[in-house]
Design a protein. Structure first.
Ligand code: UDP
Length: 332
């Protein structure tokens, strides 16, 4: 049995937090990243195999030459809007990239896999909170490209006995409480970093995408979950696969509580002591009013509990990182 945990996308936002946690737990980690969107600084010294998920020969060599026990698969393209305008990119990286990885694993008998999946695989469910048994009917190519990966996992289990856990994240947010890692996307489109940048004076203002939704304050509600709580879930999934035959599982990862866009702005103001300049704009296409997930299944089956579940804790950790790293990793 192998000993190395291969982490694809380990130089990215959620991947890097997970790599740090794995290494802190004494695991041997190898990161696979093409550094297109990831940051070398975010590796914190972890070993890197630089290459692409689309390079089948590179993947075959990697699996043949290293003693890989399990794969955490974060590498993906993840902008919903871009997936609508450039679906090919999403099916290529997310679906074909994952297939290449699974083929390379199957060829070497590597049989443990954790997928970064997403609540976007559900589309727009009629009732909340979302539970795992609800129909998966994605409304954009990003969600569809991840759902295809979940299907592949079901079939690779049947054919090759590959165990897997698909973790359907809600809104990943926050940063490493020790301040070494944070969220640094270019371009930044996510609400919390944008609001923080506005509070820091790096942006004139934030635009609230619609205040006429059927929610208490009229703005969209999302379920923000701390990146370290996501990382911890991956490690619980790995331990569960190591101790028993788990088969094919899928779990939601959220806090079962939502925050509206205005609540996020208020939380940043409270944590930072600064005023956030904002304006109300039009709705963003494809935004459902409320997305909140139930995580009861992973709590009951794997014992997962969010440790940083409060929106203020999430925002505070993000604020600390952004104020220490005002230019993100580029300033290191
Ligand atoms: N949002 C906003 N202004 C922005 C960016 C996001 O009002 O500049 C809203 C967006 O409409 C959604 C929520 O903030 O309701 C979270 O958006 P984000 O892009 O962070 O994550 P998503 O829910 O799209 O995965």
């Amino acid at each position: 049995m192998g000993s190395v945990i291969l982490v694809t996308g380990g130089a990215g936002y959620i991947g890097s937090h997970t790599v740090k946690m794995l290494r802190a737990g004494g695991r041997e980690v190898l990161v696979l990243d093409d550094l297109c969107e990831g940051h070398r600084e975010a590796l914190l010294g972890a070993e890197l195999a630089e290459g692409s998920m689309l390079d089948r020969a590179f993947l075959a060599d990697l699996f043949a030459s290293r003693d890989i026990a399990a794969v955490f698969h974060f590498a993906a393209r993840c902008y919903v809007g871009e997936s609508v305008t450039d679906p090919g990119k999403y099916y290529r990286f997310n679906a074909i990239g994952t297939l290449n990885l699974l083929d390379a694993m199957a060829a070497q008998g590597v049989d443990k896999f954790v997928l970064s999946s997403t609540c976007a695989t559900y589309g727009e469910p009629e009732s909340m909170p979302i539970v795992e048994g609800m129909p998966q009917s994605p409304v954009n190519p990003y969600g569809a490209s991840k759902l295809v990966c979940e299907w592949m996992l079901r079939d690779f289990h049947r054919a090759h006995g590959m165990q897997s856990v698909s973790l359907r994240y809600f809104n990943a947010a926050g940063a490493d409480p020790a301040g070494e890692l944070g969220e640094d996307h270019a371009p930044e489109t996510h609400l919390i970093p944008l609001v923080i940048q506005a509070a820091m004076g790096q942006r004139d203002k934030v635009t609230v995408f619609g205040d006429d939704y059927p929610t208490p304050d009229g703005t969209c509600i999302r379920d923000y979950v701390h990146v370290c709580d996501l990382a911890a879930a991956h490690i619980l999934a790995l331990e569960a696969m190591e101790s028993s035959q788990l088969g094919v599982k899928a779990f939601n990862l959220g806090n079962s509580a939502g925050s509206s866009v205005l609540e996020v702005i208020r939380a940043v103001e409270k944590v930072s002591g600064k005023k956030v300049p904002y304006e109300i704009g039009g709705r963003r296409a494809g935004d459902p009013p409320r997305l909140v997930g139930s995580s009861e299944l992973i709590t009951s089956e794997l014992g997962w509990q969010p440790r940083l579940g409060d929106i203020h804790q999430i925002v505070e950790s993000a604020w600390n990182w952004h104020s220490k790293h005002p230019s993100g990793y580029a300033g290191e």
